[in-house]
Design a protein around this ligand. Structure first.
Ligand SMILES: [Zn+2]
Length: 56
């Protein structure tokens, strides 16, 4: 098992960061308490399944 990092995107400002789950509650870019969306599946390694539909 590898402890892979996920890619997270701030739902407010779009800032992305990589971190092991869970993501931080507060965005370091916009300083807002926001929901980080898991966008790991947008990386080139993704097989194309499991994308977060909330990102539209
Ligand atoms: Zn933000």
């Amino acid at each position: 098992m590898q402890n892979a990092q996920n890619t997270w995107k701030c739902s407010k400002c779009g800032y992305t960061l990589t971190a092991t789950p869970p993501p931080p509650e507060t965005c370091p870019a916009c300083k807002e308490k926001c929901e980080f969306l898991d966008v790991s599946c947008y990386t080139p390694d993704c097989t194309g399944t499991g994308q977060d539909k909330r990102l539209g």
